[in-house]
Design a protein around this ligand. Structure first.
Ligand code: NAD
Length: 428
């Protein structure tokens, strides 16, 4: 196990359009220039406060013992305890986790919840593992990083390939060591202290942002066409809720491929098909489409809700949507951002669009600490209030300063973190 106080330096020659850590740094550097951030604070915010890499053994079903590598990166906690999801993915690496940890710092600041930013990951192919193997991996990983966690220190949540069940195992492993502690993770099952409305919160928050953006940019949503890449937690909830705005979801995809139906997909039937077959592919009454083709469709709204860097310098000039809602983290690279901005495409940035998840995670944490459950209506009302306020602040800043929404959102977030950082006396 290695405990490193500061992150490694960026690999020499890394491409800023493709390297995730460089992309995160580029976004902060652009913001620093706009808000006139001093060099010392910039240098401090470019690096995470703490980076932990662990290697830990797990007994597999065939009796073999396999070693897995996992990470927990704590970027900044000036505004509150570290907060961020844990992802299970074969490509999870330290640079990805560091970039995502920083993004959480800006996200929690923008929606003004009292958390800092963190992220975790385990390099594994969770889809190839049995339930028992995933449980043993989760428990061992939790025990191995547990001394960094705490209700007032660092609170994990689900992310790609982790879910409420994963959080239940994490909560149990932590509680076995430190006593009953439901507030140690968010995104738990309702039966174990999860919040009503948490599962849908990220997709719902994206829908709230889309409604606000369409109003302020004069995009008619009645009859608007929408394409969604990714049909997991975020993408599927977005697809379920977007029709409430009058939109028509015409294409969706997952890791196996995509489908299209110009007249609009029957999302309820699609969810049923996905539950039965494990994919949206081959849903009755639809035509196949590749993930790349989906991004370039002539639709009004494009929602990347799967992985990062899917819109890059190689395909940005092919994007035909009027609005891009960044449901995933980092789906648009800085190089692509410039191309889209020049073409008049409005990009609702990830730290705003997908902040509904961490916002309801905050509500879950509050409910756990108070041992008092809110009803779903209260959760959704409070979520709407926070998302609308964050949108209004971001849009006002973008309009006043004549800058893109991402730069406006980052400016607000970085200024808040800088202020808390200075008030705490970190630099003294
Ligand atoms: P998930 O694991 O539930 O779903 C991911 C979806 O993406 C699946 O449909 C999967 O098949 C698809 N996918 C995977 N690889 C793909 C590929 N190469 N091409 C096309 N599709 C692919 O994950 P999620 O929780 O829905 O998260 C999706 C994104 O949203 C991630 O970037 C995550 O960091 C971000 N996010 C999630 C939350 C949350 O609350 N779950 C909150 C904020 C941001």
């Amino acid at each position: 196990m290695t405990l490193v106080e500061h992150g490694e330096s960026v690999p020499a020659g890394a491409e800023w359009d493709t390297d995730l850590y460089r992309i995160a740094a580029e976004q902060l550097e652009r913001t620093a220039e706009v808000i006139g951030l001093d060099d010392d604070t910039l240098a401090r915010l470019l690096e995470p406060r703490r980076t932990l890499t662990v290697n830990f053994p797990v007994r597999m079903d065939d009796g073999a013992v396999r070693s897995f590598t996992g990470y927990r990166v704590q970027h900044n906690a000036a505004r509150g305890p570290y907060k961020g999801g844990i992802r299970y993915h074969p490509d999870a690496d330290i640079d990805e986790v560091r970039a995502l940890a920083a993004l959480m710092t800006w996200k929690t600041a923008l929606v003004d919840v009292p958390f800092g930013g963190a992220k975790g990951g385990v390099q594994c192919d969770a889809r190839e593992m049995s339930l028992g193997e995933r449980q043993r991996l989760t428990r061992r990983f939790t025990n191995t990083i547990s001394y960094l966690l705490g209700v007032n220190r660092d609170i994990p949540a689900p992310d790609v390939n982790t879910d409420a069940q994963t959080m239940a195992w994490m909560m149990d492993a932590y509680s076995a060591r430190y006593g009953y502690t439901p507030a140690i993770v968010t995104g738990k099952p309702i039966e174990l202290g999860g919040s009503l409305g948490r599962e849908a919160a990220t997709g719902r928050g994206c829908v709230y942002c889309l409604a606000e953006a369409a109003r302020d940019y004069g995009v008619e949503l009645a009859g608007a066409t929408v394409a969604v890449q990714g049909f997991g937690n975020v993408g599927s909830w977005f697809a379920r809720l977007a029709p409430e705005l009058g939109c028509r979801v015409v294409a969706v995809s997952d890791v196996r491929g995509g489908i299209i139906r110009r007249d609009g997909l029957d999302v309820a039937a699609l969810l049923e098909h996905e539950r039965e077959t494990g994919s949206v592919v081959d849903a009755p009454g639809t035509d196949p489409i590749s993930n790349e083709e989906l991004l370039e469709l002539d639709v009004d709204v494009l929602v990347p809700a799967a992985l990062d860097r899917v819109i890059h310098s190689g395909n940005a000039d092919q994007i035909r949507a009027r609005l891009v809602v960044e449901a995933a983290n980092h789906p648009v690279t800085p190089a692509a951002d410039d191309v889209l901005h020049a073409a008049g495409v409005v990009v609702i940035p990830d730290i705003l669009a997908n902040a509904g998840g961490v916002t309801v995670s905050y509500f879950e944490w509050v409910q756990n600490i108070q041992q008092f459950r809110w009803d779903e209506e209260q959760v959704n009302n409070e979520l709407a209030k926070r998302m609308k306020a964050a949108w209004a602040n971001t849009y006002a800043r973008a309009t006043a300063d004549g800058i893109p929404l991402r730069l406006a959102a980052f400016s607000i977030a970085v200024e808040r973190v800088e202020r808390a950082d200075k008030l705490r006396g970190y630099a003294s």
